[in-house]
Design a protein around this ligand. Structure first.
Ligand code: 4AD
Ligand code: MG
Length: 421
């Protein structure tokens, strides 16, 4: 848990005023021991009853004025000796986490659980990851764009599509901004977007949300190798930012030193064909043409102990927009990036940029070309080779922080059985 005194550089003898919330409270005789929390972390405050105005309770908001005292026994090495504690907003005595804690409670009272040290630490890391990625894109000359969320056709297949009544007609919630990002390519060449994406996932697993934050770049002229270079560079920048800038909270997670080697070493690129051969050792029934499931991904990623690109998947199990490999038309120029503790975190590919071939893919995937008329237009007016990918930001957090479940990578996670609070 973040230590407030270190964060704001308190020194012995400082006179300070701090505002925050009562994280923990203990009364011994006439003395109060208050652990004060604010966005910088925690500090222990010692107060005499006489110095308090208002009613102290866990989660009451307070303003404290006092003197900083060095104390080896205090967490963080400093205590605040209060001369004055003023209650700003009282807290009801039935704070739900007084009673007990459980995963269900953490979900039912999510709006309050966000104040826990664990959530505070996750969201600090999340913010660091997003800001590192944003500044990476800025430095590399990308433009950030804002694609729509209401859409008229599927990007990633009908089975996970949310549909809705749109003034008597049909519309869908976006599964990916990709098709719209492709429309920006002839205008801005290098673009990216961070948007909510929606998947009507019926599966209840530790890595599936129905709403997640999807980070997607799309780049003119890049081929599928360039596309993997970009993924590796971007994700390493984000990992590095976490390891360098978030030491204040990394202690709240399991030992994360393995991430140092993920940053240092080159990530292997293996072809789907070879991946299938490798997993056969453990899953003898798997055959060419099968998708790699959670178990197979876990087996591979444990074997390598580092993020791994798997490339050239069978055309039949991947999306219609992926470019077919001219050297072997049974496979596409794509990659999944699988990462320790979670499996797939990125899906990317070179896009089919020739109109005839794209139409062929659309019919092979039994889609209606009418639904993609505007997308096909992009191939009619100065089409070019281009590539892009999508990163699930929550899955990335699960991997780098070794979180038990994807619910803890997001403040208000949505699943099949949950849209509250
Ligand atoms: O592999 P996906 O489906 O790829 C696309 O949507 C492409 N159109 C992206 C692109 O090329 N611009 O999804 C991309 C990533 C996955 O690798 C995963 O990390 C995340 O999105 N993702 C999910 N995360 C949480 N819950 C779900 N239900 C997810 N579905 C996909
Ligand atoms: Mg995928």
């Amino acid at each position: 848990m973040a230590d407030l005194a270190t964060k704001i550089k308190l020194k012995d003898g400082h006179e300070v005023s701090l505002k925050g919330w009562i994280h923990r409270l203990r009364k011994l005789g006439d003395k109060y021991f208050v652990v004060l929390r604010n966005s910088n972390g925690l500090i222990q405050v010692v107060a005499n009853g006489k110095t308090v105005t208002g009613k102290l309770d866990v989660e009451a908001s307070i303003s404290v004025t006092g003197t900083v005292k060095k104390d080896e026994r205090a967490p963080g090495g400093f205590e605040l000796h209060a001369e004055k504690i003023e209650v700003i907003g009282e807290s009801a005595p039935d704070w739900p986490f007084h009673r007990y804690k459980s995963v269900d409670m953490e979900m039912d009272y999510r709006h309050l659980w966000l104040r826990s040290s664990k959530m505070q630490s996750v969201f600090k890391v999340r913010s660091t990851v997003l800001s590192a990625m944003r500044s990476f894109f800025e430095k590399e000359g990308f433009f950030e764009v804002s694609p729509p969320i209401f859409v008229s056709a599927a990007c990633e297949g009908g089975s996970t599509l949310f549909d809705l009544d749109y003034f008597g007609g049909k519309a869908y919630l976006s599964q990916s901004a990709q098709l719209y990002l492709e429309a920006f390519v002839p205008s801005l060449e290098k673009v990216w977007a961070l948007t909510p994406s929606f998947r009507a996932e019926k599966s209840r697993t530790r890595r599936h949300l129905t709403e997640y934050w999807h980070l997607e770049p799309e780049v003119a002229w890049n081929n599928h190798e360039d596309n993997m270079d970009l993924q590796e560079k971007l994700l390493k920048v984000a990992m590095k930012a976490v390891m360098e800038e978030r030491q204040d909270v990394l202690g709240d997670f399991e030992d994360r030193s393995e991430v140092e080697s993920w940053i240092k070493d080159k990530w292997p690129r293996i072809r789907y064909d070879d991946a299938i051969d490798e997993v056969k050792a453990e899953f003898p029934k798997i055959k060419w043409g099968d998708d790699l499931g959670t178990e197979e991904e876990r087996y591979l990623v444990n074997k390598y102990g580092i993020p791994v690109f798997i490339t050239h998947y069978p055309r039949s199990i991947k999306s219609f927009y992926m470019k077919v490999d001219e050297e072997n038309p049974k496979v596409v120029l794509n990659n999944d990036l699988i990462s320790p503790h979670v499996g797939e975190i990125v899906g990317g590919s070179e896009r089919e940029w020739k109109q005839e071939l794209l139409l062929e893919n659309i019919s092979m995937h039994k889609l209606n070309p009418k639904d993609y008329a505007w997308y096909l237009d992009l191939r009619r007016y100065g089409s070019i080779p281009h590539s892009g990918f999508g990163l699930g930001t929550e899955r990335f957090l699960v991997s780098i922080l070794k979180l038990e479940h994807i619910r803890d990578a997001l403040a208000f996670p949505r699943f099949m059985n949950r849209v509250y609070p």
